[in-house]
Design a protein around this ligand. Sequence first.
Ligand code: HEC
Ligand code: HEC
Length: 176
Amino acid sequence: MAIGERLFMNNCAQCHGSDARGSKGFPNLADADWLHGGGGDKIKETIAKGRNGMMPPMAAAVGGSDDVKNVAHYVLSLSNSPHDSLRAQLGKGKYAACAACHGADGKGNPAMGAPNLTDDVWLHGWGEQAIINMIVAGKTNQMPAQDEKLTPAQIHVLSGYVWSLSNRPAGVAAKQ
Ligand code: HEC
Ligand code: HEC
């Protein structure tokens, strides 16, 4: 774990933060919420091969700007965030355009890196405007592959270190 921590500080902290809690656009690696899956193998695959999180611009598929706003309110309703319930109701049908990736229930799909929209974790910001921006502009977000920079042994140690951040034995306090 000490070696993993040092490798993390030197290779990962500049994007994910020295506490691994990330920031806007850079996922928190110390929580139980995963874009691409939090099992050891998935973490290792992410580190070695990198990931390309890609959401296409969706406004045209949804309709006019009022439709976009309505579907944004439907998305807000999925996490019980403050929303306009009339708009949410109107936007519900339009959400069909999103379900292929985010799931009919909005819980996301790790095979596509599509985030869960029903929880309180927002990679690209919370609230009506942040969601409208995602729908209108889409987003490409890249995790650079590390397998040309790090050895398989280093990637193995890093995978264990990252896994440990969200899988602590009961009773062991998280290091602050
Ligand atoms: C240049 C910035 C950058 C560096 C350096 C970087 N990452 Fe990432 N990482 C990202 C971004 C951006 C994503 C999100 C990709 C996406 O949106 O799908 C990500 C995603 C991840 C994920 C997947 C998280 C999830 O929720 O599924 C893991 C695990 C990860 N990084 C670990 C690491 C480790 C370990 C290192 C160091 C070896 C590292 N990263 C270095 C930018 C970076
Ligand atoms: C082709 C697949 C795909 C479709 C269709 C799609 N999304 Fe996404 N969406 C993604 C991916 C992948 C990401 C994560 C991008 C990244 O890695 O940064 C994302 C991210 C988001 C986010 C940001 C979540 C956060 O945590 O900040 C929101 C909000 C969102 N999508 C809403 C929608 C809505 C609403 C629709 C329908 C109008 C939609 N998406 C359609 C794949 C998709």
